[in-house]
Design a protein around this ligand. Structure first.
Ligand SMILES: Cc1ncc(C[n+]2csc(CCOP(=O)(O)OP(=O)(O)O)c2C)c(N)n1
Ligand SMILES: [Mg+2]
Length: 617
């Protein structure tokens, strides 16, 4: 009979986690860096006790908000290109449902996080237990069922021996290049504490290595034929280029064949900004250069991208006759947009294209046009990011100042508001992991918590979190965690007194200023309070200061860089001025009927774009 260990379910789970390793650059490292935990009933006695016993090999980090800690775990995994990850455990009920939004963030962005929510008693003996959502008609449902649509794998461990079949599936999903995403194991609090004689093999060290899918020969031949027929090709580089570690292969392909490249939000950094083939970003918040090429190209070579509406200008931006060839490790993505699929890992597939395209080249005038547009765009970037010395700086000027302050290996973090657009257009990425944007779910409140996770993954890089006043107020508590853990960030708060980007969108759709800027909201006499973000950060244990202009910001950033602890710099910014150059239409539905003439005019403009979009469906 094989050797067994008598452990509780929670102890077995934790022991299993510590046995999971990953090979990174020839080094064997723990796959799970640690566990973020906020305890309560439902996890403190079971999982908590197991984590305590393992604390020397699997650190437990106490956070301040469950959504925030899960954002940090997501950012950690993204910074490690999905090769390393973290788990998050929360108490039964509100602690766990606080993580559901973060699970959605991980799901959209295809990032691995192991969620371990506490669950109600499997025996149901004390029901209804504190914080139990009672579903009248179905006693198998608990609040953790909310994780199901936002998990790539879900299980509820109602008997300790179920770990034997569940854990291998959980690991499959967490480490699979195609299915990668959040895994939720809901853990009833009584089952966490139940013992079982687990076979020792469950705890044997397992080294995970990235599986690489080679392209199919027939699809490859068809792809080469399609590219060879093109005269005006454009490459779109998505997040998959990073996750496949295909940076060199992309560089070689586009350099050898003089292919212009547009980067998506997740793809930015695939090429350094000053690479001759890097035309800038693509799409709704794209560069004028890249978008002009997209409107005129005959082939889009999409590499590792989900082709979301921001990358395609809501399908109204590409030349209607352009073909799309989609190189993707997942067929789900490769089949989108009537694309010709080329399913495979980018690192294996791109070299096959390089070899197969021998003798082919794009039209000379196309290559020249790309170079000209690129030069014009770089000039536009310079203009937008230069300090104009106006009373209220623009987001673009602040982006310029932060970009200049950032060193070779430093990282900018952002997620929602007007900043993602300005950053995608204007940030000049030197380091391939230097641009960390959560734009799959664009979740307000990701920024600061995400910055913490990035810093945990790259302690030697300076992490610049750029955040609007709205996102800051929504979720800032992980500033305290960053101070507690000695994981320093520089947080730049751009205070335009409201939801600036939504206000502008509202106006674009013909709406009046309503419920976005603080001055347009229901308030008591005297208006909304002026938040002192610097004082707030200081109250959380960080350092903070307010500056009045770009020059002062530059000086403050130098002080922030010299600081050992998290440093918040805040300044008032212009809510209305954004970079006009570049960009494209975004499909946001405008009412068909309205008494307001502004809405009627916006609807007429909307219908014109819808007609253009129609050609691409
Ligand atoms: C959790 C969440 N709630 C709501 C939104 C919708 N939303 C996107 S940006 C935004 C306003 C952001 O305000 P702020 O952070 O101040 O940035 P600004 O737009 O002013 O640049 C809102 C409400 C969102 N993306 N995420
Ligand atoms: Mg704002």
């Amino acid at each position: 009979m094989s050797h067994t260990l008598r452990l509780t379910m929670a102890q077995a789970l934790v022991k299993f986690m510590t046995a999971q390793k990953v090979e990174l650059d020839g080094e064997i490292l723990p796959l799970f860096e640690g566990v973020f935990a906020i305890f309560g009933h439902g996890n403190v006695a079971g999982v908590g006790e197991a984590l305590y016993q393992a604390r020397d090999v699997l650190p437990t980090y106490r956070a301040h908000n469950e959504q925030g800690m899960a954002h940090a775990a997501i950012a950690f995994a993204k910074t490690h290109n999905r090769r390393r990850m973290m788990a998050c455990t929360a108490s039964a009920g509100p602690g766990s449902t606080n993580m559901v939004t973060a699970a959605a963030v991980a799901h959209v962005n295809r990032l691995p996080v192991l969620f371990l929510p506490g669950d109600t008693f499997a025996t149901r003996q004390p029901d209804p237990v504190l914080q139990q959502v009672e579903v009248f008609s179905d006693h198998t449902i608990t609040s953790n069922d909310c994780f199901k649509p936002v998990s790539r794998f879900f299980d509820r461990i109602t008997r300790p021996e179920q770990l034997l079949t569940s854990l291998p599936q959980a690991m499959r999903v967490l480490t699979d290049p195609v299915e990668c995403g959040p895994v939720t194991l809901a853990l009833p609090q009584d089952v966490q504490t139940m013992a079982y004689d687990y076979p020792a093999h469950l705890f044997e060290e397992k080294v995970h290595r990235l599986r690489r899918q080679a392209p199919d020969e027939v699809e490859l031949a068809e792809a080469i034929e399609l590219i060879k027929a093109a005269k005006k090709p454009l490459v779109i580089a998505g997040g998959g280029v990073h996750y496949a570690g295909a940076l060199q292969e992309l560089d070689q392909l586009v350099s050898q064949y003089h292919l212009p490249v547009g980067e998506t939000q997740a793809g930015k950094g695939a090429l350094p900004w000053d690479h001759a083939q890097n035309m800038g970003s693509i799409g709704v918040t794209g560069a004028a250069s890249t978008n002009a090429l997209a409107a005129d190209c005959d082939l889009i070579l999409a590499v590792g991208t989900r082709l979301g509406d921001f990358a395609t200008g809501s399908r109204a931006m590409y030349h209607p006759d352009a073909r799309i060839l989609s190189i993707n490790v997942g067929s789900f993505d490769a089949y989108k947009h009537k694309a010709q699929p080329l399913v495979g890992d980018a690192r294996l597939t791109l070299p096959r294209l390089i070899a197969g395209l021998e003798g082919w080249q794009p039209e000379g005038s196309w290559v020249e046009k790309a170079a000209e547009l690129r030069a014009q765009w770089l000039h536009a970037q310079d203009v937008a990011t230069t300090d104009r010395g106006t009373e209220l700086p623009t987001d673009a000027e602040v982006v310029g100042a932060v970009n200049r302050a950032a060193g070779e290996q430093d990282i900018v973090v952002c997620a929602a508001g007007g900043l993602p657009g300005e950053l995608q257009k204007l940030w000049r990425t030197r380091y391939h992991k230097g641009y960390h944007m959560e734009y799959g779910y664009s979740c307000m409140g990701y920024e600061i918590a995400g910055g913490l996770g990035v810093k945990m993954a790259k302690p030697d890089s300076e992490v610049f979190v750029m955040v609007g006043d709205g996102s800051y107020l929504m979720l800032n508590s992980e500033i305290a965690t960053s101070v507690m853990l000695g994981r320093k960030m520089i947080v730049v708060v751009l205070d335009n007194r409201g939801y600036g980007c939504i206000h502008r969108l509202q106006q674009f759709c013909g709406g009046p200023g309503f419920n976005n800027m603080l001055d347009d909201c229901l308030t008591v006499a005297g208006g909304a309070p002026k938040t002192d973000f610097a004082a707030h950060a200081i109250a959380l244990g960080a350092k903070g200061e307010k500056v009045g202009n770009i020059k002062e910001l530059e000086a403050a950033l130098a002080r922030a860089k010299a600081s050992d602890i998290t440093y918040v710099v805040t300044l008032d910014t212009d809510a209305l001025v954004v970079t006009e150059e570049g960009g494209s239409w975004w499909d946001v539905a405008v009412p068909e009927v309205s008494p307001r003439s502004q809405v009627q005019e916006a609807r007429a403009r909307y219908e014109a774009y819808k007609a253009r979009q129609q050609q691409n469906l």
